[in-house]
Design a protein around this ligand. Structure first.
Ligand code: MG
Length: 156
């Protein structure tokens, strides 16, 4: 069994579309990024790479490359899972937490789980997604950005 942790944060960008866990979220702001800014997917992909003993997603998908401009982050997640698989590792369980003051994410949780499970090609009960606020403290609390953590177990 291998364990990996991933963390990511993105700044809010008014007027941009928001995608979290591959799911379109209704919001008057999105997340500023070179890719689509899917902070949840970035944290989960980094956790998978971490448990595989690999480098971070910035190493494999640099934000200076034209290839990753406006990239659909589900491609990043698929690649991370493929890199793990090549090393004989498969996803046993992932637990993710999105930290956002706004928008309210509770009605999207099931869709995000289903979406992440589909991208990874695993059963839905192997992926968990939670959401929390930081009680108006810090950059997420001031609605300057959204962050996400992910912990994953990979089976050999
Ligand atoms: Mg990111």
């Amino acid at each position: 069994m291998r364990i990996g942790h991933g963390y990511d944060a993105h700044r809010i960008e008014p007027g941009k579309k928001m995608t979290l866990g591959g799911v379109k979220i209704s919001s008057d702001f999105g997340l500023k990024a070179h890719s689509d800014g899917d902070v949840l997917i970035h944290a989960l992909a980094d956790a998978i790479l971490g448990a595989s003993g690999l480098r971070d997603i910035g190493f494999y998908f640099p934000d200076t490359s034209d290839e990753t401009l406006n990239m659909d982050s589900s491609e990043i997640l698929k690649s991370a899972a493929e890199m793990a698989e090549k090393r004989g590792l498969k996803i046993s369980f992932a637990d993710c937490t999105v930290i956002a003051q706004r928008p309210k994410l509770s009605s999207y949780i099931d869709d995000m789980r289903a979406s992440l499970a589909e991208i990874l090609g695993v059963e839905r009960d192997r992926i968990n997604v939670k959401a929390t606020t930081e009680e108006k403290m810090g950059f997420t609390g001031r609605c300057e950005g959204i962050s996400a953590h992910a912990v994953v177990l990979l089976e050999e």
